[in-house]
Design a protein around this ligand. Structure first.
Ligand code: HEC
Length: 508
């Protein structure tokens, strides 16, 4: 009797599903009944860049300035394994990713990569193999060296199910790199474990596996062997991609989806793989991990992705084949500052690292105790998963000037909320002659950005100013008016028609 009822009700659900299929784009409602605990496992760190669950059930992690350590999640004790002396650490360069040899017990190798100063003018990135023995990492062997830069060095390393090194590199701020198959920058590379090029790579004799990448910050395999990446866009279009061999992901010709007229032309003439998801305004995605455990059922089968700019943990549900993202949820919103990486233990505990000592001082960060490694684990009677989000950043009082919200969305991650920037990294807009002075000069900076080619040779700043050509005249006028009126600049407002004029006349 019971069984019959179940079968009948099961059938009616099926019929219901066929007659009223769920709309494709609507996020699926997942019950949010799990309760969890969030705690700080370790603090006082300096940008823990990569968290990697080890074959010894400990968390091996890098810190940007050059340390690799090992953390016992049971005791919270951390032990230093090596301090690499020649790491060049600037705002974003430094020691980055980490991956274990797939047969670590017999071949105790660890792969890592970092930027270093080759000579007074040149920065390079090395992919290095260390050997582990008795609590120490030693005997570095360089497997690959590629050009580096003050920005866009990527990167992540993961080992593929067929035991190759997959190494995601940044475009090193050289606009031609990502589309050039002769360059190893702006790529996902595939190497044998000894650093040689596999015979079955898509391009004979080349390490290139996929191209058209700007600055990949996260890379992970799902248990089904699908490779996902997270990637930083320029002023628009951060991306989540499914990485396939021999595919072109578009940068710098196509940003995000193929939706601008210029991009459509390019997509017609070349095969460009669109992202699974793109974010504008940008969120600065970082490390990604796959959650396969039953411990937090709402997250099972999802990608966990940390973000730097938006300072949150996103839970993205891919479909069966990893061809689209069917839901996105946001947790830990702006509670711990920028989040850099995430890893998952076999029992489904989640570890997240903060990144408040690199890019930011600002918005109250770094706080005392930064940077930290946090743990989120299932706990009966803990916080409801649904309550694990903070205040929504976009909820702003209505009386604020229009330009303030836009400035917050597009400019404040670099120039800071108070316009004062960060010395040596982002110029102050307060009292800047470029802001107070000639309006066309200011508008050309905002519209066109300041590319490395336009920077003076001394390279005063570590970072570039992106172009905001994609914003509407009204929005740029509002932003320009806001920064001219405020930040002690006291200058006249900017009208949309002045923006339109600056667009037509790019000047010299
Ligand atoms: C990704 C970081 C970043 C973002 C986002 C950004 N800028 Fe910049 N901006 C820079 C950097 C770096 C420079 C200095 C470039 C140089 O001179 O080489 C700069 C320079 C400028 C200058 C020239 C300042 C001077 O005194 O020379 C202005 C004006 C400016 N930015 C306005 C803006 C506005 C308005 C926005 C938002 C619409 C914005 N920026 C967004 C990084 C950024």
């Amino acid at each position: 009797m019971r069984i019959w009822m179940l079968i009948i009700s099961g059938m009616s659900i099926m019929v219901f599903g066929i007659l009223f299929p769920r709309p494709q784009s609507a996020p699926r409602q997942i019950p949010s009944s799990s309760t969890v605990e969030v705690s700080t496992l370790l603090s006082g760190l300096d940008v823990p860049w990569d968290l990697c669950w080890g074959p010894d059930n400990q968390i091996w992690y890098t810190e940007q300035a050059g340390k690799i350590s090992r953390l016992d999640p049971g005791t919270g004790k951390s032990e230093l394994l090596v301090h690499i002396p020649d790491v060049l650490r600037l705002t974003t360069p430094g020691l980055m990713s980490l991956a274990f040899h797939p047969d670590f017990k017999r071949q105790p190798y660890l792969f890592t990569n970092y930027t270093y100063r080759k000579d007074s003018l040149t920065i390079a990135t090395k992919l290095v193999r260390y050997t582990y023995s008795k609590g120490k990492l030693s005997a570095p062997v360089i497997l690959l060296e590629i050009p580096g830069h003050k920005g866009h060095n990527g990167s992540r390393i993961v080992i593929s199910p067929d035991h190759k090194i997959m190494y995601a590199t940044g475009d090193a701020v050289t606009i031609t790199n990502a589309q050039s198959l002769a360059s190893l920058n702006g790529k996902v590379l595939r190497l044998n474990l000894d650093g040689t090029v596999p015979a079955d790579n898509p391009i004979k004799g080349s390490a290139v596996w996929s191209w058209g990448h700007r600055n990949i910050q996260g890379l992970v395999y799902s248990p089904k062997g699908i490779l996902f990446s997270s990637e930083h866009g320029d002023a628009t279009d951060d991306e989540l991609n499914k990485i396939l061999p021999g595919n072109n992901y578009g940068w710098p010709k196509v940003e995000g989806y193929c939706d601008q007229p210029r991009e459509k032309q390019c997509c017609d003439s070349a095969r460009i793989t669109p992202p699974l998801m793109a974010w504008t305004p940008t969120i600065a995605p970082a490390g990604i991990a796959f959650y396969g455990s039953h411990a937090i059922p709402e997250w099972q089968g999802c990608l966990l992705m940390t973000t730097l700019k938006e300072a949150d943990l996103r839970v993205l549900k891919p479909d069966e084949k990893g061809d689209k993202i069917i839901s996105e949820r946001i947790y830990l919103d702006q509670q711990y500052g920028r989040l850099r990486d995430v890893c998952v233990s076999p029992t489904g505990d989640v570890y997240v690292s903060t990144s408040n000592r690199d890019w930011n001082p600002g918005k109250g960060f770094p706080t005392q105790g930064d940077d930290r490694i946090l743990r989120i684990r299932r706990k009966n009677g803990g916080i409801k998963l649904a309550d694990l989000s903070g205040p929504v950043a976009s909820a702003r009082p209505a009386h604020e000037p229009a330009g303030k919200a836009l400035y917050h969305q597009y400019c404040s991650s670099c120039h800071k909320e108070d316009g004062k920037g960060v010395a040596g990294v982002f110029p102050s807009l307060a009292g800047s002659p470029h802001v107070k002075g000639d309006k066309p000069v200011l508008l050309r900076i905002i519209l066109g950005g300041i590319s490395p080619a336009k920077q003076n040779a001394s390279g005063k700043y570590d970072q570039q100013m992106p172009a905001f050509l994609f914003l509407k005249d009204e929005d740029i006028a509002d932003i320009a008016t806001y920064i001219r009126a405020g930040f002690e600049n006291d200058s006249e407002r900017v009208m949309p028609r002045e923006v339109s004029k600056a667009r037509q006349d790019p000047g010299k």
